[in-house]
Design a protein around this ligand. Structure first.
Ligand SMILES: Cc1ncc(COP(=O)(O)O)c(C=O)c1O
Length: 377
């Protein structure tokens, strides 16, 4: 179906085309080109970490990062209210995802429930910063990780540029992952990055990302010297074309965030007048970049009504997220079932994500608002 108003549209300008064209026209180094390190320096600077390493997706980045922290068995605490990749990366690394509950404002992990899920086998916690907003209790979760000597990896796939108490998301944990998939704040279609202050993790990530290869002689494509491979690894590298594109997108991230925020604040103002639904909570001392615009209904049946009504009008809406622990793979392989996480299961039935993108027009927003009002107002 062709949506009249899709859930997202990519924001791009002509300089994005120019930066990609430059790499293509060079006729070489479409892999392992200088734009990759350049992007990594820029991203590290933007987030405020010592190191950043690019990957061909957020999922491969998260998988590699867990391995770099030596997490290949034991348990890792994750929310179930997330994209499946958060839990899949844990399974791919060889550990068991243990799902914890979330709170209903930022949809971030609930620290009390996280504590209850800690066992002798727990190795790490992966809080998710949902939809462009910070996980409200990230400080408390960081303290728990410190107290129990657990690795803290932030899944910040959706929240590049978001802050809490003036501190950038992605600087709370031992490392953090951001995604550049096409519906994210800035994008190259598919891509991801790990940000960290730890040199040892950074060095391990380099090996895991590229076949376990030691590249002291320069890069693989530029040298005839023999190279050593000291462990097994993947090819999780981002292409140079993608790196050039993310780099170009990063130049306008402030503008993109500003555009998204203006739309979100307009929707907040108008939709908050409608009874039976809550607009996204902008927490005190936090800065939300609104990668998703998710509303919460008091009543599940209203959510279904609105979803169907808007779908019929060609306005795309979607549930972000359905509980991961109830997906077939997790039920079959780990024995999870309905009732394991009552709060997550309940919230998941009441949320609906509406279209939001930098070029969403006032006319389109008013159409969405009026359509909701007409249906349940
Ligand atoms: C919370 C979360 N974690 C992980 C991912 C995986 O990132 P990617 O799609 O870049 O592999 C995503 C992106 O879709 C996400 O939203």
């Amino acid at each position: 179906m062709k949506w009249k108003i899709p859930l997202f549209k990519i924001y791009w300008e002509n300089d994005d085309i120019e930066s990609v064209t430059k790499v293509i026209q060079r006729g070489t180094y479409w892999a392992i080109g200088p734009e990759i390190e350049q992007l990594e320096t820029e991203i590290a600077q933007y987030i405020g970490t010592k190191y950043a390493l690019s990957f061909n997706s957020g999922t491969s980045a998260l998988h590699a990062d867990l391995l770099a922290h030596n997490i290949n068995d034991g348990e890792v605490i994750v929310p179930s209210f997330t994209f499946i990749a958060t839990a899949n990366a844990v399974v791919l690394a060889g550990a068991k995802p243990v799902f914890a509950e979330i709170e209903g404002e930022s949809y971030g992990l609930d620290p009390e429930n996280v504590k209850e899920k800690i066992t002798k086998k727990t190795k790490a916690i992966i809080p998710v910063h949902y939809g462009g907003g910070p996980c409200k209790e990230i400080e408390a979760i960081r303290e728990i990780a410190e107290d129990y000597k657990l690795i803290l990896v932030e899944d910040a796939a959706e929240s590049l540029g978001s802050k809490i108490n003036g501190k950038m998301i992605g600087t709370f944990g031992h490392s953090s992952m951001f995604s550049f998939c096409q519906n994210k704040i800035i994008t190259c279609g598919e891509g991801g990055v790990i940000a960290t202050d730890q040199e040892d993790v950074y060095q391990k990530l380099k090996l895991i990302r590229s076949h376990g290869r030691v590249e002291t002689q320069g890069d693989y494509f530029s040298t005839t010297e023999e190279m050593d491979y000291v462990q097994v690894g993947y090819n999780y590298r981002m292409t140079t074309i993608s790196a050039a594109l993310v780099s170009s997108q990063l130049k306008k991230i402030d503008k993109i965030i500003d555009m998204r925020r203006k739309k979100a604040l307009y929707l907040n103002e108008k939709l908050s007048k409608i009874k039976g639904l809550k607009t996204p909570v902008e927490l005190k001392n936090s800065y939300n970049v609104y990668q998703l615009y998710t509303i919460q209904f008091d009543d599940e049946s209203d959510k279904d009504k609105i979803h169907n009504h808007l779908t019929n009008l060609g306005i795309m809406t979607k549930v972000y997220f359905e509980p991961v622990h109830l997906k077939t793979f997790y039920c079959k392989n780990f024995g999870y079932h309905k009732g394991n996480l009552p709060k997550t299961e309940e919230l998941s039935k009441k949320v609906l994500t509406l279209p939001l993108y930098p070029t969403l027009s006032n006319e389109e927003m008013n159409y969405i608002i009026d359509s909701i009002e007409n249906c349940i107002g």
